[in-house]
Design a protein. Structure first.
Length: 112
């Protein structure tokens, strides 16, 4: 995660990050250390990041990245990555998807 953010973020970049557990929080920490202006989209632990929350967040900025944890390891909440990726792309942002927990057990169709 740190490597990815360090390669993609420059100081001052705006980044929208979904936070609904430990690893979303870690993404925020890493992005801030890279000098990003982080816009957090939060949900209580055990709840998903709703696509509409991301849609509202990208209206307030020009994000270089939108980042979410697909299945938050600490709770298992499976966030709707496909819908969020369309919002990110429509905003001109790259989509970063942490799939450490989901990749082996959930469909992750990167090319779709």
């Amino acid at each position: 995660m740190e490597f990815l953010f360090r390669e993609l973020i420059e100081p001052g970049d705006e980044v929208v990050i979904g936070v609904n557990g430990v690893f979303g929080t870690r993404m925020v920490d890493v992005a801030e250390r890279c000098g990003a202006r982080v816009i957090k989209v939060e949900a209580p632990w055990g709840r998903i990041i709703e696509a509409e929350q991301i849609r509202e967040a990208v209206k307030s900025c020009r994000p270089k990245l939108v980042a979410i944890v697909h299945a938050e390891t600490s709770t298992g909440a499976l966030t709707p990555a496909e819908e969020i990726s369309k919002i990110a792309h429509d905003a001109g942002a790259l989509m970063v998807l942490d799939t450490v927990t989901s990749l082996g057990g959930c469909p992750v169709r990167i090319d779709d």
